[in-house]
Design a binder for this molecule. Structure first.
Ligand code: IMP
Length: 191
């Protein structure tokens, strides 16, 4: 195992996501850079399928060792919606729209799920790492840090505040993305 030369490019256009990833990977001795290429994003009801298709495409386009993430918010009261459609729902309904869908329900359980797919020109197929954080959907938006659904998601073990009320370091102690990335980093360092 060597600490030298471990680098993986993170394919995203979301700077918040990249920034969270950079901190986690740095703690584990993996350097990263943001790669802003348009990797295809297929429609699928399976996060791993989406991430794998994107990461294959990204390697083909860049010729680099790359990471792609696909994540989603799964809300119990909405039978797992928006799940793999989280990005579309965020763009169309937004956090307010999701709160509206949940008006009048006390069942607020939800979880974030992340699939990190790694692939490189030397590999035959992508390798995936998973992370999950349970929590609840708040009644109102709270906080202005982070991105996406952060203002309405209160993670379990987070002292009753939303991801949007946390620093990146605090969010990284609990988040779905950080968990998946830690698994990746441990594996990558051992290769
Ligand atoms: P994607 O992985 O970028 O496709 O994420 C799907 C959707 O979930 C996007 O609308 C993101 O904003 C949202 N999302 C993913 N991860 C997070 C997170 O850590 N906090 C809040 N929203 C997230």
């Amino acid at each position: 195992m060597s600490l030298k030369g471990k680098v993986a490019f993170f394919v995203t256009t979301n700077f918040h996501k990249f920034s969270e990833a950079r901190h986690v990977l740095a703690e584990h001795g993996v350097a990263t850079a943001m790669l802003r290429i348009e990797a295809i994003e297929i429609q699928d009801d399976n996060l791993e399928g989406i991430a794998k298709a994107s990461v294959r495409d990204a390697v083909e386009k860049s010729g680099l060792p790359v990471l792609v993430e696909d994540a989603g918010l799964f809300i119990d009261a909405l039978k797992g919606f928006p799940g793999p459609y989280s990005s579309y729902v965020y763009r169309t309904l937004g956090t307010r729209g999701v709160l509206k869908l949940m008006e009048g329900t006390d069942k607020r359980n939800a979880y974030f799920y992340s699939v990190i797919a790694f692939h490189s020109p030397e590999r035959v197929s992508p390798k995936c790492f998973h992370g999950k954080v349970e929590g609840r959907i708040t009644l109102n938006e709270q906080g202005n840090q982070g991105f996406g659904y952060d203002p309405i998601f209160e993670p379990r073990g987070g002292a009753g505040i939303t991801f949007a009320e946390m620093t990146t370091a605090m969010k990284n102690r609990l988040s779905h993305r950080a968990q998946a990335l830690r698994k990746f980093a441990v594996w990558y360092r051992s290769t």
